[in-house]
Design a protein around this ligand. Structure first.
Ligand code: HEC
Ligand code: HEC
Length: 636
């Protein structure tokens, strides 16, 4: 193999790359002088400020619903925070605690800031956009289309290019900031999934993506989900270099299996590469190799506390910071060269949010350890991250099933497309079954996992058997939908959506006969359950159809693919291609514009806050501050 220094393209690109604070998205950021750290406490709706010299928490400042990204502006005291569920960007003066918020496109996720502190770039998840913010003016000045599901974001060192990841395909796209558009992209494999983060090498043209592999044809605790790192060589497509390499990380450290990589970091000299695993509560460390082939060399693995979601180095490379989000604390790990160099200490960042049961439920939902699974590869959150979905259709024993989001779940029981479960505690059968391969949470009870439809899962009461199982249900039932970004204002519809609403409630079209009530479903725990054959369930693999439970339509704008089998890629296809015989409402007589109006209405759901309590609401949940309630925008 040719020594790399002979490669002119790499040399040229390499000279323009250097790491600095705030250059890639994270829940953590450190000031360039190494004095202060800011952490986003997603479930608490706040940020914490840490004095890194004194090793103490200075303050916690409320910012809004689900902060997902933070970045210092220069050395501070100003910081920029993305408030994911409020669709706001917060300018936080960490000295005075003053918070000013501006409206932005939906679902702001990651944020990076230029070295001069004048510009910030924010990735927007569902809309697939990047917005450019003029920091002194506190204004969004440009938005670029960045593909779809844009989460990870990194800025190169001469600040000419942004690199962004697509969460569901893991595609890395390069945005040229002068041209304001995507100029190159590096595709992942079909099974690559959930890529929330990208970091750039400080000296060489390399991007490192943390993600999963979701092998949808395998229904097995040891074969469905894999942790991966993709390493991208940032050279143009016409160069004969291998542009993207995927490394399987599950057994990479040679000690034990790790699961659910959430974020990676490189040391300031680019020699050490670390990744935190939110499923197994640990971290791999390795050495980068300059060979375009093996890319990294095995170091070791250490435990880092519960559900780590973020990792950053100090600017001098002498410390590593890991946010153990379900310990609510920052681990400070002394560092030397490419390995840990002593015992870690911890700094508490915030109090546990909501209730102890909700917290325990989230820990169980997120873990890839016993008693949820014995195999260490998989967790509930591998497919249902933060109550959302994984964009995938799984080949389950009962047939093809798309992963549904869980927003509004407390009000829309029974569960599963085939309504074979009536309590979230019934997922003890999943835990003990082939998919999770765990011992289970209700020790002592002799619940046996089944494959396919077994009325026993409905008849057996599983709530109240175990505190942990009830806690898992409380967490799973606590997600509420947020207002659709496709509406002009709360409670209002666009003219197209208003026309679509009329069609939706028209008795000839008939949508509202099944999609009824505030959650747009007739699902009810009253027996017998109302299941409907809408002409979708006659595939050869289907073992439980053709009748299904009516899904909620709240949040349907962001939950493609559609129908139990996920064959409908768009809402239009649900109404046309997959409704040939008018069994799923009467749509064949509608003109193209009318169908478009109907789709516009579906995309607007919810346009108002749905009630927190209905006749069908289950008791095992926590009423969180309602995310669809109006948030006040302070300042401008
Ligand atoms: C391999 C991916 C995967 C994993 C892991 C997984 N699920 Fe699911 N989940 C799915 C799919 C696919 C469906 C739809 C199945 C159906 O309707 O038959 C589903 C459905 C559900 C539903 C019903 C939602 C509704 O609207 O009816 C709940 C609740 C749920 N899962 C909870 C869990 C819990 C709790 C765990 C962990 C013990 C878990 N899931 C693990 C993929 C997964
Ligand atoms: C007879 C009851 C019934 C009627 C009438 C009905 N639906 Fe449905 N709807 C269902 C059922 C059941 C499903 C699930 C089917 C499946 O997954 O295969 C569904 C699924 C959907 C989905 C996909 C949701 C998802 O998350 O995948 C959409 C969108 C939808 N319906 C919209 C409509 C519209 C618009 C109308 C009127 C034209 C309508 N439905 C009429 C029962 C009904």
């Amino acid at each position: 193999m040719l020594p790399r220094f002979l490669h002119p393209v790499l040399l040229l690109l390499g000279s323009t790359l250097t790491a600095f604070a705030g250059s890639s998205n994270s829940l953590l950021d450190v000031t360039p002088n190494g004095k202060h750290l800011i952490a986003a406490n997603t479930d608490n709706g706040s940020v914490s400020i840490v004095d890194l010299k004194e090793k103490k928490l200075l303050k916690e400042i409320p910012v809004g619903d689900h902060p997902e990204g933070v970045s210092w502006v220069g050395e501070g005291p100003l910081a920029i925070v993305t408030v994911y569920r409020d669709d706001l960007i917060a300018f936080v003066d960490t000295q005075t605690r003053k918070v000013e918020k501006i409206k932005c496109s939906a679902e702001p996720y990651g944020v990076v800031v230029t070295k001069d502190g004048k510009k910030a770039y924010v990735s927007h998840d569902y809309p697939g956009l990047v917005s450019e913010i003029d920091i002194p003016a506190k204004k969004v000045v440009r938005t670029f289309s960045a593909g779809e599901w844009t989460r990870g974001i990194a800025l190169n060192s001469d600040e000419t290019k942004l690199y962004v990841t697509n969460n569901f395909t893991t595609t890395l796209s390069e945005i040229d900031l002068k041209q304001g558009r995507v100029v190159d992209s590096w595709l992942g494999r079909e099974s690559d999934n959930l890529c929330r983060n990208v970091v750039l090498h400080p000296k060489r043209p390399k991007a490192y993506l943390t993600h999963l592999r979701s092998r949808v044809h395998v229904f097995d605790a040891r074969g469905s989900i894999f942790p991966e790192i993709s390493i991208v060589t940032l050279v143009p497509a016409d160069k004969e270099t291998k542009r993207r390499t995927a490394l399987s990380m599950d057994t990479f450290n040679g000690v034990y299996v790790v699961a659910n990589p959430w974020e990676s970091a490189l040391s300031p000299d680019g020699k050490a590469f670390v990744t935190v695993y939110a499923g197994t509560d640990d971290m791999n460390y390795s050495t980068t190799v300059d060979d375009d082939y093996s890319e990294i060399k095995r170091g070791g693995v250490i435990s880092v506390g519960k559900h780590p979601r973020a990792v950053r180095f100090s600017p001098d490379g002498s410390e590593l910071y890991v946010y153990a989000t379900m310990d609510f604390s920052l681990n400070v790990i002394p560092w030397k060269g490419t390995a840990p160099a002593g015992r870690s200490s911890s700094i508490k960042l915030c109090d546990p949010p909501h209730t102890p049961e909700w917290v325990q439920g989230k820990i169980l939902f997120s873990t890839s350890r016993g008693p949820l699974t014995n195999a260490r590869w998989i967790s509930c959150s591998s497919c249902h991250p933060d109550g959302s979905h994984d964009g995938r259709v799984w080949q389950n024993p009962e047939g093809h099933r798309k992963t549904p989001p869980m927003f509004g779940l407390a009000h829309t029981h029974p569960l599963h497309f085939s309504a074979d479960r009536d309590e979230v505690q019934d997922f003890e059968y999943t835990i003990r079954g082939k998919l999770m391969g765990g011992r289970g949470l209700a020790s002592g009870s002799n619940l046996k996992p089944k494959i396919g439809f077994h009325p026993i899962e409905l008849e057996q009461k599983t709530s109240g058997l175990s505190k942990d199982l009830d806690a898992l249900a409380i967490y799973t039932n606590s997600f509420q939908p947020k207002l659709s970004p496709h509406i002009p204002a709360k409670g209002k519809l666009s003219p197209e959506a208003e026309r679509g609403k009329k069609l939706f409630f028209d008795t000839t079209v008939g949508c509202a006969t099944c999609h009824s009530g505030p959650y747009y479903t007739d699902s009810s725990l009253k027996k017998p359950f109302k299941l409907h054959d809408v002409g979708t369930g006659d595939g050869p693999d289907e073992k439980m159809g053709p009748k299904y439970d009516t899904p909620t339509l709240l949040g349907v704008y962001r939950s493609a693919p559609y129908l139990h089998h996920g064959k409908a890629k768009t809402l239009m296809e649900v109404l046309t291609t997959y409704n040939p015989k008018d069994k799923h409402g009467k749509t064949s007589h509608l003109k193209k514009e009318e169908l478009e109006d109907l789709v516009a209405f579906l995309k607007s759901l919810p346009y108002d806050t749905p009630p927190d309590e209905t006749e069908n609401t289950v008791p095992f949940r926590v009423k969180l501050k309602h995310p669809t309630e109006d948030t006040k925008t302070e300042g401008k």
